[in-house]
Design a protein around this ligand. Structure first.
Ligand code: NAD
Ligand code: TYD
Length: 371
């Protein structure tokens, strides 16, 4: 079996669901269930004997050591992290605790377990660390995309904490021989994405007739990858990746934020048109309550104050994983974003359940001062 940390989060839950759809190999998911962890993402596995869910912290060495002894996984895939840049700006402490200190404790527990293995079990063991392109910093317009040898230049508390975790993982390989793999991926989107990040926030706000807050001039560029393509890439690296290597994962899909928001609006115009269908909304956030004076969703776009230290451009050079391991994305942005918007339209229950009091407090904190 394999151990997946952060399995109730956005990418982790997609990974666990896809893994069990493709393999019969069991999964233990270890997740602290922070605000970003959601057991509803894994509800279809409720009666599936191949999946065991454990609530706990990657920083709890004793718990992790106990789980490793009990389940003897052949691999660990480490998704657990604090993952939102804006939250790291408002409060970096949790990022230091989980992404740096937590990863350190996890590595210690894994080193203890792996040292006690023998023969093939030891040789074949893998620790796969899931990281981000943000550790490489920001690119100018005409700079070449990030390769695996690009200098680390993290700019936010989030990316700095992920950079530190990548360094720890690297050091555990060089110093102790732990068989690690590291992946650095670009921005993901898809089902189960918590609506604090750009794409799901725009979808849920648009459906509620609320402003679509674009930071700064909206010309910041990200390289977008459909989450299921990321999960397939991780499975590929786990199976075929060379120990100690880093693999960059991306969608060859650079887009400015404003273009992303336009695409989401245009898809909603097609799939859930505003005109004539709904009555004038109350303006409260019950669903659906768009205001009849909005002819298209684009008219909800509102430019707001920029993110401090906002990275201008990310782009991934994904040639290594393609040439060495044969992975490339299956979805184009057009197919992936259509599936994503449709998923949010098909899952209003999930959307309303994640918009709890804590979520509303976050929205107030992050957007109040920006108008
Ligand atoms: P997420 O915030 O949706 O999920 C993180 C999960 O980790 C949650 O379920 C949370 O409960 C859990 N968690 C947090 N702290 C924990 C702890 N101390 N112990 C155990 N569990 C803990 O994040 P995501 O978007 O799914 O990202 C997963 C990983 O992929 C992260 O490491 C992130 O840095 C990386 N990544 C994300 C993206 C992206 O676009 N979302 C891109 C590249 C890399
Ligand atoms: P986000 O989804 O938070 O991912 P990251 O910061 O890790 O790239 O943001 C993606 C881009 O969208 C980023 O340039 C910030 C921008 N953005 C907005 O313009 N408005 C928003 O409300 C949010 C959440 C993000």
């Amino acid at each position: 079996m394999i151990l997946v940390t952060g399995g109730a989060g956005f990418i982790g839950s997609n990974f666990v669901l896809d893994w069990l759809a493709e393999h019969d190999e069991s999964v233990v998911s270890l997740d602290k269930l922070t605000y970003a962890g959601n057991l509803e993402n894994l509800v279809t596995l409720k009666d599936d004997e191949r999946h065991i869910f454990v609530r706990g912290d990657i920083g709890n060495t004793e718990l992790v050591a106990k789980l490793l002894k009990q389940y003897r996984p052949r691999a660990i895939v480490n998704f657990a992290a604090e993952s939102h840049v804006d939250r790291s700006i408002h409060g970096p402490e949790d990022f230091i605790q989980t992404n740096i200190v937590g990863t350190f404790h996890l590595l210690e527990a894994v080193r203890g377990y792996w040292s006690g293995l023998a023969g093939e079990e030891k040789t074949n063991f893998r620790f796969l660390h899931v990281s981000t392109d943000e550790v490489y910093g920001s690119l100018a317009k005409d700079d070449p995309a990030f390769s695996e040898t690009h200098r680390y230049e993290p700019n936010s508390p989030y990316s700095a904490s992920k950079a530190a975790s990548d360094h720890l993982v690297r050091a555990y390989h060089h110093t102790y021989g732990l068989p690690v793999l590291t992946t650095n991926c670009s921005n993901n989107y898809g089902p189960y994405h918590f609506p604090e990040k750009l794409i799901p926030l725009m979808i849920v706000n648009a459906l509620a007739g609320k402003p679509l807050p674009v930071y700064g001039d909206g010309q910041q560029i990200r390289d977008w990858l459909y989450v299921k393509d990321h999960c397939a890439a991780i499975r590929c690296v786990l199976e075929k990746g060379r120990v100690g290597e880093v693999y960059n994962i991306g969608g060859w899909n650079e887009k400015a934020n404003l273009d992303i928001v336009h695409t989401v609006c245009d898809l909603l115009d097609e799939l859930r048109p505003l005109s004539g269908k709904w009555e004038v909304g109350s303006g409260k956030d019950t669903h659906p309550t768009p205001h009849s004076s909005f002819p298209t969703y684009r008219s909800l776009i509102t430019f707001v104050a920029d993110r401090p230290g906002h990275d201008r451009r990310y782009a991934i050079d994904a040639r290594k994983i393609e040439h060495e391991l044969g992975w490339k994305p299956a979805e184009t942005f057009e197919t992936g974003i259509r599936k994503t918007v449709q998923w949010y339209l098909d899952n209003p229950g999930w959307v309303s359940n994640v918009q709890s009091g804590a979520y509303r407090q976050w929205v107030e904190k992050n957007y109040m001062g920006r108008a």
